[in-house]
Write a protein that binds this ligand. Structure first.
Ligand code: DUC
Ligand code: ZN
Ligand code: ZN
Length: 489
């Protein structure tokens, strides 16, 4: 092989950034992987001119609901084709939607169902987090370990919603099984009884409009549940990731747990950084577009959450893309006058996540470019067991790369998802991905889709990375201190 044919593709002249460093280098790619980082790489193969651009790891969207029935049995607008395409246009080359177990279904059936949905359609690499709603003996002893063995190494539980919630004992069982296998438990933490109690009173008094959704999910409901979830995880010294944290109180609980060495991670979402509950009060029924759980809060909350993004409380800023159209197929599936309890819960954002975070974070000086890379890809890769194949630009890594024009200004409009609205419509956003690669293949380039459904591959994930998180065993579960009793793995 001649020296000039050494690479299939060279990305030339750009500024490369990882979670720790920023440097000028060409990127040499062969067989889908990065094989050289140096200035002046020559090739007889293809060249992408990235001069004046940023060359970043492709984003990893680690929280999105794609072709997944909601608790109400409602299918969101995006399947694995449209969802992955929208993700790609937003600078992502990998995503991890949820595979939701419906009660009565086994874990194996759930995984097989999502394989059949994702494999023929995804244009980017993918895995799933397994939502566990029915932790039977079979699930705990056999099926969760089997899912883990095939590379699904994160399990999510709900503390609210009748169709999904588990009790504290079941939560402990799942935490203990996950811990025993190196898996990570994720949690939607809100106090179910508080939400039910307030909702009932609001509805009885005739308060049905979208704005009451925020009233019915008080900050205290989140804080209480996060405190409980962290306590349960600490009891068995198991890793825990609190998804979509929306309150300063919740963020502080995550921060304090992390400072004490507990194996706790936190995630927040763009909607809590860029929107407020005032959006629920838009005229007519438009507020329905902004119903999501936990709900939008206020400006002071936005500021506080930004502080936690900056200081590292949050390892992830994920979209929580839960796309329900503003019509009877989605938001108003229960009718045009549906109460806040019946309106479909969730909003889109998979394509806006990274441009918003770049524009408001990096370009406005709130976070560094390297923090952006960590939040967009590297932390997700580490936490969810995909590093260093994914989430960084390094020799040997998959050539999952997003080339960004840091100065491109666009007014947010229609996205590439299957939605009929964009909650960030009209936002001026500076900095957009212009070319996105997945394993060295262009998937988006100059506004065009270059990939085909089915090009994405399932990513076999490894155990959660707990580097720097010593944890601590509760004395009562330590055989040296509890008279030799063996209680948990
Ligand atoms: N939780 C999510 O994570 N997404 C959509 C709705 C919800 O309650
Ligand atoms: Zn949730
Ligand atoms: Zn979600």
């Amino acid at each position: 092989m001649s020296a000039l044919a050494e690479f299939d593709l060279v990305i030339r002249g750009g500024t490369v950034a990882t979670a720790s460093d920023t440097f000028r280098a060409d990127v040499g790619i062969r067989d889908g992987r990065i094989v050289a980082l140096a200035e002046g790489l020559e090739t007889g193969g293809e060249v992408i001119d990235a001069s004046g651009k940023l060359v970043l790891p492709g984003g990893i969207e680690a929280h999105c609901h794609i072709e997944q029935e909601s608790g109400m049995g409602l299918m969101p607008a995006d399947d694995y084709r449209s969802g992955s395409i929208s993700a790609a246009f937003g600078g992502n080359s990998c995503f991890v939607p949820f595979a939701g177990q419906r009660r009565g279904m086994t874990i194996a059936e759930t995984v097989a169902l999502y394989d059949s949905r994702a494999a023929p359609k995804s244009v980017i690499d993918y895995s799933y987090h397994l939502i566990v709603t029915d932790p039977t003996e079979l699930a705990l002893t056999t099926e969760l370990p089997e899912a883990f063995a095939r590379g699904i190494t994160s399990f999510k539980v709900f503390m609210t919603y009748d169709q999904a919630k588990i009790d504290d004992g079941q939560f402990l069982d799942i935490l203990a099984v996950a811990k025993a296998h190196g898996a990570l438990t994720m949690v939607h933490a809100e106090n179910d009884a508080m939400i039910e109690w307030i909702s009932r009173r609001l509805l009885d008094a005739g308060h049905t409009e979208p704005r009451y959704h925020a009233v019915s999910h008080p900050a205290l409901a989140e804080e209480e549940a996060i405190h409980r979830a962290i306590s349960l995880a600490r009891l068995v010294d198991a890793p825990l990731l609190v998804v979509h944290v929306s309150t300063p109180g919740g963020a502080k609980l995550v921060r304090d747990a992390r400072r004490s060495g507990a194996k706790v991670f936190g995630e927040t979402c763009p909607q809590y950084l860029f929107l407020t509950r005032d959006d629920l009060d838009r005229p007519g029924r438009e507020g329905a577009k902004f119903i999501c759980s936990p709900p939008l809060r206020d400006r002071a909350t936005q500021e506080a959450l930004w502080g936690h993004v900056q200081s590292g409380t949050f390892s992830l800023v994920s979209s929580d893309h839960a796309p329900y159209r503003f019509d009877q197929s989605g938001k108003f599936h229960a009718g045009p006058d549906a109460s806040f309890r019946q309106i479909a819960n969730g909003m889109p954002g998979i394509e806006m996540r990274l441009p918003l975070l770049f524009s408001e974070g990096v370009n406005k000086g709130r976070i560094t470019l390297n923090q952006f890379v960590a939040l967009s890809a590297t932390n997700a890769a580490r936490i969810y067991g995909m590093y260093p194949a994914k989430g960084t630009i390094a020799i040997g890594a998959d050539a999952d790369i997003a080339i960004w024009d840091a100065g491109e200004v666009r007014i947010a409009g229609e996205m590439h998802d299957a939605m009929d609205y964009n909650p960030y419509l009209g936002f001026e956003v500076t900095g957009w991905p212009v070319t996105v690669l997945n394993r060295g293949n262009r998937i988006v380039d100059g506004g065009e889709l270059c990939a085909s459904p089915g090009d994405g591959r399932f990513v076999v994930r490894k155990p959660v990375d707990l580097t720097g998180m010593p944890g601590h065993r509760a004395d009562e579960l330590n055989p040296e201190k509890n008279f030799g009793a063996k209680i948990a793995p």
